[in-house]
Design a protein around this ligand. Sequence first.
Ligand code: PRP
Ligand code: URA
Length: 214
Amino acid sequence: MENNFGPNVTVLDHPLLTHKISLLREKSTGTNEFRQLVEEIAMLMGFEALHDLPTKYVELDTPIERASVKMLAGRKLAIVPILRAGLGMVSGLTALVPSAKIGHIGLYRDETTHQPVEYFCKLPNPIEERQIVVCDPMLATGGSAVDAITQIKRHGGKKIKFICIIAAPEGIKKLVAAHPDVQVYVGNVDRCLNENAYICPGLGDAGDRIFGTK
Ligand code: PRP
Ligand code: URA
């Protein structure tokens, strides 16, 4: 879909996806439904983001005849959620590619400065040859996504996609400027950030809503 963020940013804005994202935004949506929706949205977004996975022809027997059919080939996948909220997207993505390896990057935003603070990083090793999908429901200032991808590159990651459910324009611009080689997939683009660097209208704190904290 056309947008002003450049060729590496895909804003999905599909009616079925946007309907589910709207349900996430409703403040009375409880933890159980919220988690279920995040999983479904991640699966729908992953389906689009992985449209270019390489395939190869293999021979097999259908009940009717021998056939040459396409199956996934080559590049192995690594899914890397940004903790905590990114964890909510993992089951939806692994439903698509059960053989994917999972890395974890732990980051939280300092409440005053809104800068990301890293507390954990464990990635599949080696990671150089893998298609990497970084996931986080929220792209606000962009600080967390930029730092997470910088970490992954330091560990040797090369082919990286980033999937987020809701983004602020500021965050998308920062991410594209810092990592122009990364393909970015966004569910909905929201209006702006507020004085606490929360996305407006957004959905509140994604981690708290997924894990029922706060
Ligand atoms: C949230 C969200 C992103 C980050 C986005 O995580 O899941 O990781 O904020 O904000 P940014 O684009 O301004 O960096 P948070 O720091 O609240 O941690 P949590 O997932 O553990 O709640
Ligand atoms: N992190 C969230 O979980 N929500 C926001 O709106 C911004 C950052």
